[in-house]
Write a protein of this length. Structure first.
Length: 396
């Protein structure tokens, strides 16, 4: 395959001024990342700071109800509550090996901003997070977390004042500060080498799952399910299984409310090819080439693009991509809480919902692993509103 491409997708469609820092990252990915010294330090951080390996949890009650074996990969148990820390610790450490002293990052709901601020604080680096002004207002607790962790949060007033504008602004800031600064990109999308770099830091999810299934269940899973926003938790889970034809791979996009005329966050299922944020991939885009707004009950899936490797795996057919609506994700959220004592993130609830609603597609006893990408504590306000509950009263 052409460098930086996945089939026809991917590439590096950026202004000339961004090429030097991107080449520098690519160089570091090849020369620093594989070294024993780097890997040893990263393993130590992942194990003793972030909490790896994460457990693989068998769900006894849901398995009995569904007639399949349901297993959860517990990325929700990681420090800062989701898989994002795998990527930010990896990139921050790489940046330090490259001699950088500062990180910039974009964030939508604030989860990647928090994970970047955590990594920066731990490694003694400065951290600036660009966040759409609209999101700064909507996500006050994460803004507070970032500030407590020592990060500077810069509200972005351009465009729709949300994630895609924050990415544009962060890229601009990187151009100006590339001598000292690394851009810690938050998902397996963007220009080469980010889709590959982020996947390298996330594929620990799938590698651990392989070993844990072999050990616990005696064989590889029959199917693996993960939600797809930009695509980092899904590609991290899927990649170590790509060459195992016996393992079905299912990526779950957010269908939004599913009502006619409403927006969605499903560029693979409903989008068209186009260029966004430096990469040729599948996008929500209208006939004039304008990016359409995305919509989902889960902020982490609310992005109009997707990583180019997913666009390729969609086209090749190796991964099946499906859609789940807000209401089904909410139902899955509630069901996991009650049946298994785990509050999943609304993003992860999309993957779970597909498995719960499609269990009958699998032969009885099939082993199905759902990647629980994060925990649901951050989503309590949204869930409360969506379920029409009072703040506390309902439960008293
Ligand atoms: C950010 C986030 C996602 C979506 O991002 P990907 O890059 O698609 O993994 C999914 N789940 C959780 C919990 C998140 O915080």
């Amino acid at each position: 395959m052409k460098k930086g491409y996945f089939g026809e997708f991917g590439g590096c469609f950026v202004p000339e001024l961004l090429m030097p820092p991107l080449l520098e990252v690519e160089e570091a990915m090849q020369s620093i990342l594989p070294t024993e010294r780097f890997q040893t330090e990263l393993q130590d951080l992942l194990r003793n700071f972030a909490g790896r390996p994460t457990p693989l949890t068998f769900c006894p009650r849901l398995s009995e109800e569904l007639g399949i074996e349901l297993w959860l990969k517990r990325e929700d148990l990681l420090h800062s509550g989701a898989h994002k820390i795998n990527n930010t610790l990896g990139q921050a450490l790489l940046a330090r090996y490259m001699g950088k002293t500062a990180l910039v990052a974009e964030t939508g709901a604030g989860q990647h901003g928090v994970a970047t601020a955590v990594a920066a604080a731990r490694l003694g680096m400065r951290c600036t997070v660009y966040m759409g002004a609209e999101d700064v207002e909507r996500q006050a607790p994460n803004v507070m977390r970032m500030r407590l962790l020592g990060a500077t949060v810069i509200p972005v007033e351009s465009g729709t004042r949300t994630l895609k504008d924050a990415i544009n602004e962060a890229l601009r800031a990187w151009i100006a500060q590339q001598q000292t600064t690394h851009y810690c990109f938050g998902t397996a999308a963007g220009p080469h080498p980010f889709p590959t770099l982020v996947r390298m830091f996330q594929q620990v999810i799938g590698q651990e799952t392989r070993e844990q299934m072999r050990e616990r269940a005696g064989k590889l899973p029959d199917a693996v399910v993960a939600c797809v926003g930009g695509g980092s938790n899904a590609i991290g889970m899927f990649h170590p299984f790509l060459d195992e034809p016996g393992v079905k791979l299912i990526g779950v996009e957010a269908a939004g409310s599913g009502e006619p005329g409403c927006f969605n966050s499903a560029p693979l299922s409903l989008g068209v090819p186009g260029v966004l944020h430096g990469s040729l991939t599948m996008l929500l885009q209208n006939g004039d080439g304008q990016i359409e707004p995305s919509q989902s009950i889960s902020a982490g899936l609310d992005y109009p693009g997707v990583g180019p490797e997913h666009a390729y795996l969609h086209k090749s057919g190796r991964v099946r991509y499906v859609m789940v609506r807000d209401q089904r994700a909410l139902a899955a959220f509630e069901r996991l809480c009650r049946a298994e004592g785990i509050l999943p993130a609304l993003e992860s609830s999309h993957a779970l919902a597909w498995a719960l609603d499609h269990a009958e597609e699998f032969a009885p006893g099939s082993k199905v692993v759902v990647n629980l990408s994060g925990r649901g504590d951050k989503d309590l306000g949204i869930v409360r509103k969506a379920l029409g509950l009072q703040a506390v009263g309902e439960f008293c």
